[in-house]
Design a protein around this ligand. Structure first.
Ligand code: T1G
Length: 702
């Protein structure tokens, strides 16, 4: 049964696409459209109306078809048949018209949309570019600047804005779109409106625009550092100003095919599906009942507590902040208000919106005021004694059925759950700093956490626009446990010969959002120092892996907040610069450990640090702390600044080849000992059996 139907209503040919969930342009949809257009050419129709059923217009090409042999007809062929139609083709857009979906509309002769609709060309988010005429037709309808912004940002725009920019001809109320679009087609048929091939329009490009292309190349070379698609997009749009439509289309096609075959696009497509997969938990069916969360309480109004509260206020859920003193409470609420004011200043939200959100956040110093809330999230100092005190009180005051969550970054959630009489209602909700910005939410499932609590947490994560990932209980869960190995190897490279600048530059040129030492200074050396104090020497591991930050901390260098850490920071501008004192500390500690510092190449630094991360990732998988390898990739790409265009640590390992990864780890075991460089058993067995991670996961699922 084709997902595309064609029906002649009076003398209007109606093409209806019904390919849930998002009307992606699968092979069957492409074939269906092409056949319908061909039928309409020879029947009694005067005009053709193309519309979609379900919650949205076409959300693009079927991404799951990429990486497989292409199937005919290709989208460019189908869109050319629409554009070449002798009878006007009208598109009616609701929900979202994205990628190939908007290209379908641009190849049509007339476009109408619901006022609530959105349109966009998000291909760049997948390491691609519009490959079906988007780079050649968009600048024939909208200005070159608007075209550059739309395609390079990858962000959808409202139908209103698209109308203002010339991409949409008519706007209707959402609930009237079906009737109004038919009436619009009726009117065009009655007026004998002509087919208007977009390809015959002149590109909207003026002398003043000449500089635009280099400006955007530079801007996106910074914004999307290391990514190839953005630069190719500018080339295609520039070609539209100097080449014929057909030549421009060819240039676009070649660039698209190159992007589609690239590792970067494979990595970004992997992350697209991994993000959606992460929200699915194998033993928790989709229809698991969830609890209503209409009110939330946050224990602790510090930086994390405040950021967490804002997520709920942003989603319209009232929040009660609890602090031990009125002074601390006022300070916390004050911080939140000033962040909202900052967002108003930057034009991100309106003053009314800021007022509405701030007023949803109230405060108390009494636990007894929390008796009716649906969810409590504890964000207090990281000590098990303090957690015990808080959860004991919560267990006494909170209503039955309230969910009790901890925002701990590494403490034992099973132990915390045992402080209550309701361990089934306890879990970890681990936000990342700054909590109102960072997308990742590690949902830590304790042994007794009930399935409806987990299902509620996943659903809630979506509501507050977070990317949820399940982690089981271990020290540091998924993200921070791997981070310890990552930071350990950073310290080993420092003490053996590298400098903070060299390490940060090597990791950032490879694509990390921030270098590891810059992150340490931002987070504060005091946080990790205090965390280490709670560990035994055995747990702390080789002193070479933490002596330098200990010494810096003891010198009062705790990072940006003290004006110095691995770098020194200008008190006015916060400009970061190197500090020879740090090298002295490193050399001093190296000589204490009898380490003769030698030059280390950037490639070696990169290899050792990423392999430390990857090896721990395999251990986390074999222990079942993470459900699947792609969950680890989502954690690192949405929580730790790992470059999405490399797909995350586990995808990167698979891309490099597990043999090579294993061989390098074994080599480091020879040179650096097996304390840290013992390959994970899972990695070892996959290599010995010549299996991939995907093979292993398939085996696990059976
Ligand atoms: N192809 C295949 N599957 C898709 C898909 C697509 N384009 N879009 C969504 N899905 C699946 C998704 O995996 C999930 O599956 C389900 O649909 C619901 O999605 C030639 C080359 C439309 C805004 O980049 O941004 O066109 O997990 O959970 O939150 O130039 O999906 O249920 O099994 O995300 O409401 C360009 C991608 C493609 C848009 C809806 N288009 N999609 O968000 O639901 S490249 C895009 C989205 C292209 C042309 C080029 C979002 C959405 P499952 P969801 P949602």
């Amino acid at each position: 049964m084709s997902p595309v139907t064609y029906e002649l209503k009076d003398d209007i040919g109606v093409i209806a696409i019904d390919n849930p969930p998002v009307n992606a342009l699968s092979q069957a949809v492409r074939k269906g459209i092409q056949d319908a257009i061909a039928t309409a050419q020879v029947d009694g129709s005067k005009v053709i109306l193309l519309q979609c059923l379900g919650r949205t217009f076409i959300a693009g090409a079927d991404i799951s078809e990429f990486g497989k042999p292409p199937l005919d007809p290709s989208l460019p062929e189908v869109l050319n048949s629409i554009e070449q139609s002798a009878k006007p083709v009208i598109c009616a857009i609701h929900g979202q018209a994205l990628g190939g979906g908007l290209e379908t509309a641009l190849a049509s002769h007339y476009r109408c949309a619901a006022r609530t609709a959105k349109v966009g060309l998000p291909e760049v988010n997948l390491g691609l570019l519009p490959g079906a005429g988007g780079t050649q037709r968009t600048p024939r309808l909208a200005s070159m600047q608007a075209s550059l912004d739309l395609i390079l940002s990858g962000k959808p725009i409202s139908a209103e804005q698209a109308h203002d920019e010339g991409l949409i001809d008519a706007l209707f109320a959402e609930d009237e779109l079906a009737d109004q679009s038919f009436a619009y087609a009726r009117k065009l048929a009655d007026e004998g409106a002509p087919a208007r091939p977009t390809r015959e329009l002149t590109v909207k490009f003026y002398e003043a625009d000449t500089e635009l292309f280099d400006i955007y190349r530079k801007t996106y070379a910074k914004k999307l550092k290391g990514q190839t698609a953005p630069q190719l997009i500018v080339d295609c749009l520039e070609a539209a100003t100097t080449k014929s439509f057909a030549e421009g289309l060819k240039i676009e096609r070649n660039a698209f095919v190159a992007c589609r075959a690239s590792e970067q696009s494979a990595a970004l497509r992997h992350i697209f599906f991994a993000e959606r997969q992460a929200a699915k938990i194998a033993d928790i069916p989709k229809d698991t009942p969830t609890r209503d969360i209409n009110s939330v309480a946050i224990i602790g109004a510090g930086l994390m507590g405040g950021g967490i509260a804002m997520n709920f206020a942003n989603a319209g859920i009232p929040v009660t902040m609890l602090e031990i003193s009125q002074e601390a409470l006022d300070k916390g609420l004050g911080n939140i208000a000033s962040i909202y004011q900052g967002m108003v200043k930057k034009g991100r939200i309106s003053a009314e919106d800021a007022h509405r959100r701030t007023s949803l956040i109230t405060g108390t110093t009494r636990f007894d005021d929390l008796g009716s809330v649906d969810l409590v999230i504890e964000a207090v100092f990281e000590s098990i004694e303090v957690k015990k005190d808080v959860f004991t009180k919560l267990d006494q005051v909170c209503k039955p059925g309230a969910i009790l969550a901890t925002n701990t970054s590494y403490l034992d959630v099973d132990e915390i759950a045992q402080f209550t009489s309701r361990p089934g209602d306890v879990l970890g909700l681990h936000f990342f700093s700054p909590a109102h910005i960072m997308q990742l939410l590690e949902i830590v499932r304790a042994q007794q956490t009930s399935k409806d609590v987990m299902a509620t947490a996943i659903e809630l994560a979506r509501k507050i626009k977070k990317v949820p990932v399940q982690a089981r209980v271990c020290y540091g869960f998924i993200g921070n446990r791997m981070l310890r190995q990552y930071q350990r190897e950073v310290q080993m490279c420092l003490i053996e010969g590298a400098s903070p600048e060299q390490i940060d530059t090597a990791m950032m040129s490879w694509g990390m959002a921030m270098g590891p030492l810059m992150v340490a200074d931002l987070a504060g050396l005091d946080i990790s120092y205090k965390a280490r104090q709670a560990l035994s020497d055995a747990q702390k591991g080789d002193p070479k892996s933490y002596r330098i930050p200990d010494v810096l901390y003891e010198m009062g260098r705790v990072g940006q907040k003290s004006g110095s850490g691995y770098y020194v920071y200008d008190p006015e501008t916060r400009q970061r610069s190197s500090d020879p004192t740090v090298i002295e500390v490193i050399e001093q500690e190296a000589s204490k450990f009898g380490v003769s510092r030698q030059p280390i190449s950037d490639a070696e630094i990169l290899n050792r640090i990423t392999l430390a991360l990857i090896n721990e990732g395999f251990k986390i998988l074999e222990e079942g702390i993470a459900q699947r390898a792609s969950d680890i990739d989502v954690v690192y790409c949405f929580g730790y600044g790992f470059p999405k265009f490399r797909g995350g640590p586990m995808f990167f390992a698979q891309t490099r080849g597990l043999d090579a990864i294993y061989a390098d780890i074994c080599r480091y075991r020879e040179t650096h000992g097996d304390m840290y460089w013992t390959p994970s058993d899972l990695l070892k067995s996959l290599v010995e059996q010549g299996q991939t991670l995907a093979d292993w996961e398939k085996g696990q699922a059976q």
